[in-house]
Write a protein that binds this ligand. Structure first.
Ligand SMILES: *Cc1c(COP(=O)(O)O)cnc(C)c1O
Length: 417
């Protein structure tokens, strides 16, 4: 597509790494290659750099720096959180002594008293959570998958009713990757805390996009990933509140306080920290710019294209998320047509595209199969412009018209309405 500008509207799948981030990382591949565990000064400098990065990230969440554990991304953080809590808090949990580091000075002193095999999550989680839950179910854990309302919001009374004496963990995502709905995280955290249950949130879509405070929201564990906030791929972190008992996820050396062994991904950590710094410095402006583009796009599509509906909550949604269903349209066909116009978008989540099952999130908010199949997700970023949004709306309009003109169902509907 020579000369055609690329319009990237798939920031929920991944984001471009900012040039400043790449620049910050480069010296750690070349000159500053020392292993942070070594004793000579070039290595010790890297150890100090990791500490600085950890402090910066902790501050962005209102956490302590010893509560941030670097991982190889969001999926690993999600896996670790669920498997580790299951192992440490199950009724017949192995007591493998110091492998479970229970920190002195815990801010919540009741952790560790409650044991059981029941976990609560939702039907709209990312597969990194859902497939880990299925794994745990095969190993004797019981999982309750909460329904959500038509906007994708967890109902608090339903959550309260699901809690049992043997519930050890509640895992609810901060914001959904497909429909952008932001959950009532503070209220969920209060319920978890009042019932002495550990609260984990997959904040991969929310971290760096909207403000997050782990204290205010009673969050005990939180997953985040670099490549969703203009940082590098393959790096992320798990926040673990002091006092939560968690065993080692990767056994080996003493890195990450013995809980996640392996020589640190120093360039990745530096890149993540730089991306985090920029994301938090620019958050306010970026949010208002993205919300303006998002709302303009939603308003135009709903006003100008008939038989279209917005998926997800109208206002409690990520600043950058647009998810629309077009009746009598195949989402996959729409993506191909948009690609020919140089526009990158998504039908459902990247993990489900290519499979013929409609998105589990769209089904959970009550969409029938055919409407779910006609859905597209457009997720905006800092580098997008209002001109691009208008161009994309025109292309969507044009292609919805073309696809409906070829649809026997649409023809039939128009004849009989
Ligand atoms: C992308 C994503 C993940 C996975 O993160 P990776 O770093 O790609 O492993 C997990 N949860 C949500 C909500 C995501 O959007």
């Amino acid at each position: 597509m020579a000369g055609k500008p690329l319009i990237y509207l798939d920031h929920a799948a991944t984001t471009p790494t900012r040039p400043e981030v790449v620049e910050a990382m480069l010296p750690y591949f070349t000159d500053n290659y020392g292993n942070p565990s070594s004793v000579y000064s070039i290595a010790q400098k890297n150890k100090a750099v990791i500490t600085e990065c950890r402090e910066k990230i902790a501050a962005s969440l209102n956490a302590n720096s010893n509560e941030i554990f670097f991982t190889a991304g969001g999926s690993e953080a999600d896996n670790w959180a669920l498997k580790a809590v299951a192992e440490a808090y199950c009724d017949d949990g192995l007591d493998i002594g110091k492998d479970y580091i229970s920190d002195i000075g815990a801010r919540k002193n009741a952790f560790g008293k409650k044991r059981g095999r029941h976990i609560i999550t939702t039907k709209i989680e990312h597969h990194a959570i859902l497939h880990t839950c299925e794994y745990l179910e095969k190993r004797g854990f019981e999982v309750t998958y909460l329904d959500v309302d038509e906007n994708g919001v967890v109902k608090l009374d339903v959550l309260k009713n699901a809690i049992r004496p043997d519930t050890i963990l509640i895992s609810v995502m901060y914001a959904n990757n497909e429909i952008g709905t932001i959950q009532p995280i503070k209220e969920i955290g209060e319920i978890a805390s009042a019932n002495n249950i550990i609260f984990h949130t997959d904040a991969v879509q929310a971290y760096g996009q909207i403000p997050i405070d782990v204290e205010e929201c009673h969050i005990d564990m939180l997953s985040a990933s670099g490549h969703k906030l203009n940082g590098p791929k393959g790096i992320g972190f798990l926040y673990i509140r002091n006092g939560v008992k968690v065993g080692s996820f990767i056994h080996g050396g003493a890195q990450e306080r013995g809980r996640r062994a392996g020589t640190e991904n120093v360039p990745g950590i530096v890149g993540l920290s730089k991306a985090c710094e920029i994301a938090f410095d620019t958050m306010e402006d970026r949010m208002s710019k993205e919300i303006a583009m998002r709302d303009h796009m939603i308003d135009r599509i709903l006003a100008e294209i008939p038989y279209a509906r917005l998926n997800g909550h109208r206002t409690k949604r990520l600043p950058n998320n647009v998810n629309i269903s077009f009746q009598f349209v195949e989402g996959e066909s729409m993506l191909i047509m948009l690609d020919m116009a140089g526009i990158c978008a998504s039908a459902g989540s990247a993990c489900t595209s290519g499979s013929i099952d409609p998105s589990h999130v769209l089904l959970a908010i009550g969409l029938p199969d055919d409407i779910a199949h006609g859905s597209i997700r457009l997720t905006l970023g800092d580098e997008n412009t209002m001109e691009e949004i208008d161009y994309v709306v025109e292309k969507i309009k044009e292609n919805v018209g073309r696809l409906r003109a070829m649809s026997p169902q649409y023809d039939d509907y128009m004849k009989h309405r």
